[in-house]
Ligand binder design. Structure first.
Ligand SMILES: [Zn+2]
Length: 316
């Protein structure tokens, strides 16, 4: 049996950081609209700077983290909600996930030559320039005994928010309005966003073409469009105040905010278990001159060192 995280003394020395109120859920009473305002605050800087990516990749990754935080907090599940994008652009792979308790992590893989070439021509690339053509998958993983729910769509649109909106309109037939931002501020990297979802009207019925509902949804998206990056990323501006600014005429109800946290779930015990699955030849091949095997967690960029002599293959 795997060592539970709280008993695992060999977890890496990564920041134990919680941002209270990182996600603020809300709904507009009597209207087919609910949403979440997401603000990662200082967590953005801590998550992004564990890696050594160029700024353009950090901006994309910060938006991906805000997106998974904003989507996961709408679901009832236990486990991890993940975004995975695989494309033919300079960012070949982007993975971000958020657990039911708000623990966030990500990794990105890049083709550095292709990225340099892109930045030569296009100093301010769009998310799409970075990702190219490919697909986006959203997965709810509730552990080995539960069925995984996964939806996959082709990448469409110039930015991550458009790609996610496209995902919901095609894969889930669910109207969403999504805004994402990430930038370097005086206080460090900051990311956030706003997700609006069109939900069934009161009584659980949504009549297509219901003019009042259509108008209410449209009004909410127009108000949401007035949101600025500066407001979302301003640590000193409370989330409830910001939501009130946007929706005070729409019978806004702000629900209990939820925390976000630094959330790598790697552990020495888990990686040792992976190593024990290799055979002797593979282990010898992985072993460095100093007699150690180094495994790096892609999510938190932590190097785990295992003396080769301590690893015995299960198959032997
Ligand atoms: Zn890790």
């Amino acid at each position: 049996m795997e060592t539970p995280a709280f008993l695992d003394r060999d977890r890496p020395d990564v920041p134990d950081l919680v941002v209270p109120g990182g996600v603020t859920p809300f709904y507009l009473q009597g209207r087919p609209v609910r949403g979440r305002l997401v603000r990662l605050g200082v967590l953005t800087d801590v998550l992004l700077t564990r890696h050594d990516h160029p700024n353009v990749v950090n901006r994309l990754a910060g938006k991906a983290l805000a997106l998974v935080a904003g989507l996961a907090s709408a679901l009832k599940f236990q486990g991890a909600f993940s975004l995975q994008i695989k494309g033919d652009g300079p960012v070949t792979m982007l993975v971000a996930d958020c657990t039911d308790t708000g623990a966030l992590r990500f990794y990105a893989r890049t083709d550095d030559d292709a990225l340099d070439a892109l930045l030569q021509d296009t100093p301010n690339p769009t998310d799409r320039d970075l990702l190219g053509n490919g697909y986006m998958a959203l997965t709810v993983d509730q552990g080995p005994d539960m069925e995984r729910h996964q939806g996959i769509v082709d990448l469409a649109g110039d930015d991550l928010a458009a790609m996610a909106t496209h995902y919901f309109s095609t894969s889930e037939q669910h109207a969403c309005w999504i805004y994402l931002c990430c930038t370097m501020t005086n206080a460090g990297w900051r990311a956030g966003g706003l997700v609006l979802e069109r939900i069934a009207g009161e009584g659980g019925t949504h009549v297509v073409g219901d003019e009042d509902a259509d108008a209410s949804w449209e009004t909410a998206t127009i108000l949401a469009s007035t949101l600025s990056t500066k407001e979302v990323l301003d640590d000193a501006l409370p989330s409830a105040t910001l939501l009130h600014r946007l929706f005070h005429q729409e019978d806004l109800h702000v629900s209990q905010p939820r925390a976000l946290a630094y959330g790598c779930r790697c552990s020495r015990a888990r990686l040792a278990n992976v190593l024990e699955g290799f055979d002797t030849d593979d282990l010898d091949h992985m072993c460095q001159d100093d007699g150690q095997i180094v495994m790096t967690c892609e999510f938190c960029n932590h190097d785990f060192r295992f003396p080769r002599k301590d690893i015995a293959p299960r198959s032997a």
